[in-house]
Design a protein around this ligand. Structure first.
Ligand code: ADP
Ligand code: ZN
Length: 525
């Protein structure tokens, strides 16, 4: 506290060089380190890979006492601690993986002042035994990593995190630092409330990852599309392929292997040994592709992941950002590649609608999904839409996303939208996209005839467009909320559709399936 700002700054920099071998702090790191080293609280919002760890590690070493790091990622504590010990830092962890003897050893070291950093799982920290211990040990700071876990609005809600409100109550003198890579306004408010950080400075770094090229395409034959993408742009590179279900993870991994791609499956249903093995291989080998559910990746720090591919839609914009953010941490060009189709949109919408979550939570989740779908359907710069979601003003074109590199055609499609909506309404708001397409194209299928839909005025009004176009129109109408997906994938017109039907609003849609592909660009297959 008596050190001058200059002295503190140079002490921090010395430490950074001596222990980590780095020449300088990145971006706001220096300010955060200074704030906390002086005993102040802070909220840190930094994208994955931005360098959050140093923000608490350095002040922990600068201040007397031990830095307590609350982390939900038990599986990774050992790695982090091993790395720190390798650097000569006196680090340890307390979690359920330790034996009783192991716990006693760490506790003794803590009381003896033999630790610089202690990683603790939240449920362990909240035990009366641990809190009593901390009363008796000198504590340099509390760092709450993955702080968004306090919020039930997020996808990683952990009830134990709410118990962390004990920190400001019981240890008001100890600086608190909350760190996260995901925080919309609500989540941020929850973090501030639980950790009582209302008065603390907030350090927000840009979420832009300029070296990641964002691409979103229409799903047709996803596995083949993926293989072509890998072969054309990322042969021999390390990458992650995300799928929604365990079954599709295994199928896709097997299929890639059969096509000569070095691939391995990863999901929570595999035996722990197999999962660890896959993770170790991914970290240590150069060109492995991991096909995984979202269970894979939290906390994985592999700098040279060259691509992240999504064969299924993530559930939210945060999810998308976090998952794609695992690409290119080394700053070199990388690709975030995704394909999706009408069925995916219908699926995720239905999954959300049928969950048992409270209505309010469902509404928030639906909003997050809407944001993602808007991002998917946009004809504007993807980076601009993505960053706008995180509250950042960015003006494209970025020149490094599919819409910038290959601007899609947009057209007034009000007329087509009206046709599709009226097909849904006149058939009773309960048929799926395939049937509606048959009606629009005037196909007198058995089902159409048996329902008498060939006598509707809408029958055959859409013959000027092909099937693919209608699928695209229907997908966009569902994505944009003009059609809702109900039971058995039936599509029904929503309240929002009314103004469109009355001609009070117009609708501009991506017309990428209406026009011939630009020369030189491979046709979507
Ligand atoms: P986050 O926790 O925000 O995802 P990390 O703290 O794991 O990010 O840091 C990501 C990577 O960046 C790590 O490999 C780390 O060593 C590196 N890094 C962080 N800060 C610096 C810095 N000032 N100079 C050089 N490398 C850094
Ligand atoms: Zn762009």
């Amino acid at each position: 506290p008596t050190t001058t700002p200059d002295a503190l700054r140079s002490a921090a920099l010395d430490l950074l060089k001596r222990v980590w071998g780095y020449g300088a702090f990145r971006g706001v790191q220096a300010q955060i380190v200074e704030t906390v080293a002086r005993g102040g609280n802070a909220l840190v919002l930094m994208p994955t890979g931005g360098g959050k760890s140093l923000c608490y590690q350095v002040p922990s070493l600068l201040r007397p006492g031990v830095g307590i790091i609350v982390s939900p990622l038990i599986a990774l504590m050992k790695d982090q601690v091993d790395t720190l010990r390798g650097l000569g830092v006196r680090a340890a962890y307390l979690n359920s993986s330790l034996s009783l003897d192991g716990v006693r050893e760490v506790e003794a070291a803590l009381l003896a002042g033999d630790l610089d950093l202690l990683y603790v799982a939240p449920e362990r920290l909240l035990l009366p035994r641990t809190l009593d211990l901390l009363d008796r040990a000198p504590v340099a700071l509390f760092a709450v990593d993955e702080a968004h876990c306090v919020s039930q609005w997020g996808h990683d809600f952990r009830p134990e995190y709410q118990g962390l409100s004990v920190l400001p109550d019981r240890f008001p003198q100890v600086p608190r630092l909350a760190l996260t890579a995901t925080a919309d306004d609500r989540t941020r408010a929850d973090i501030l409330r639980v950790l009582d950080l209302g008065a603390a400075p907030q350090f927000v770094s840009s979420f832009d990852r300029p070296n990641i090229q964002y691409r979103v395409g229409q799903k047709d034959s996803p596995k083949t599309q993926l293989l072509e993408f890998i072969r054309a742009e990322h042969a021999g590179d390390a990458g992650i392929v995300y799928c929604l279900s365990r079954k599709s993870v295994e199928e896709t991994a097997r299929w890639l292997q059969a096509q000569g791609v070095d691939a391995v499956a990863y999901h929570a249903g595999l035996p722990p040994r197999e999962r660890t093995h896959a993770q170790d291989r991914f970290l240590n080998e150069e060109g492995l592709v991991v096909v995984a559910t979202v269970a894979f990746g939290m906390g994985i720090d592999k700098p040279n992941v060259r691509f992240v591919a999504h064969l299924d839609l993530p559930k939210s914009m945060e999810g998308y950002y976090q998952e794609t953010g695992r690409a290119g941490r080394d700053g070199l060009p990388s690709t975030a590649w995704m394909v999706y189709g009408l069925a995916d949109v219908v699926n995720v919408r239905r999954m959300l609608a049928s969950s048992d979550a409270p209505e309010e939570v469902k509404r928030v989740e639906a909003g997050k999904l809407d944001a993602l779908l808007t991002f998917c359907e946009t004809a504007a710069c993807r980076r601009e839409v993505l960053l706008a979601y995180f509250g950042e003003e960015y003006h494209g074109p970025c020149g490094n996303c599919d819409t910038c590199l290959n601007p899609p055609q947009v057209r007034d499609m009000t007329r087509e939208a009206q046709m599709a909506l009226s097909a849904a309404i006149r058939t009773g708001n309960r048929f799926g996209a395939a049937h509606l397409t048959d009606v629009l194209l005037g196909r007198a299928t058995e089902k159409v005839v048996s329902m008498n839909h060939h006598t509707l005025p809408t029958f055959g009004v859409g013959t000027t467009h092909d099937e693919k176009t209608w699928r695209g129109v229907l997908r966009q109408l569902v994505s944009l909320g003009f059609l809702a997906a109900g039971e058995h994938h039936g599509l029904s017109a929503t309240g929002k559709a009314r103004t469109l039907l009355k001609g009070e609003t117009t609708l501009t849609l991506r017309a990428d399936t209406l026009v011939p592909r630009a020369a030189g660009r491979k046709a979507d297959r």
